[in-house]
Design a protein around this ligand. Sequence first.
Ligand SMILES: Nc1nc2c(ncn2[C@@H]2O[C@H](COP(=O)(O)OP(=O)(O)OP(=O)(O)O)[C@@H](O)[C@H]2O)c(=O)[nH]1
Length: 216
Amino acid sequence: MDPQRPDSYQGGAGPDFNDHVLHKTILVGDSGVGKTSLLVQFDQGKFIPGSFSATVGIGFTNKVVIVDGVRVKLQIWDTAGQERFRSVTHAYYRDAQALLLLYDITNKSSFDNIRAWLTEIHEYAQRDVVIMLLGNKADMSSERVIRSEDGETLAREYGVPFLETSAKTGMNVELAFLAIAKELKYRAGHQADEPSFQIRDYVESQKKRSSCCSFM
Ligand SMILES: Nc1nc2c(ncn2[C@@H]2O[C@H](COP(=O)(O)OP(=O)(O)OP(=O)(O)O)[C@@H](O)[C@H]2O)c(=O)[nH]1
């Protein structure tokens, strides 16, 4: 854990890994937006460039995130974005506690499809599922077609937090998962005197921090 940071995460199975409640989190979005890459960056801290190999079906990775000194276990499911796998992935929405919904800032149709993804999520997922919108590939500034403000506006319309991320550089990747883990920990139980936690406020405050003090 980095002492400079308010929270941190650690991967792999620690000694009391199984003692904690499992929080199911799912990555969704069009094929090619970077779901697998985002998870690999979060899990292993690396980006594997090169040819794109689409996910077939679904798979998961376990990660322990440390929130205020408490271990929060995330089971992160990486789904296939391709239409032909959609009926398979719908079945997994039902017991998801959090969904990270990605589009690619260089791909307009992936952004336009976000509304359809949200309709699907509302149809198949639990009503109180935590949703976060991520505009990925933020490192590809010369090929950007979706402005950051457009992502912000869409997220505000649906009342969900928003971040631009880069699975390549790691920008905001850890923050996205930490925010989800904080929200899930708060929902799982909190002290009566604990200040209320709002994921959107947290993400906004961390974004300001990072732009002011090179936090990320
Ligand atoms: N420059 C850049 N490239 C990225 C980023 N994220 C993903 N890519 C590239 O985009 C392509 C698709 O990434 P994937 O992670 O396989 O996409 P996916 O959403 O998992 O795709 P499906 O498995 O088909 O749903 C790959 O060539 C990645 O290297 C990013 O943040 N920046």
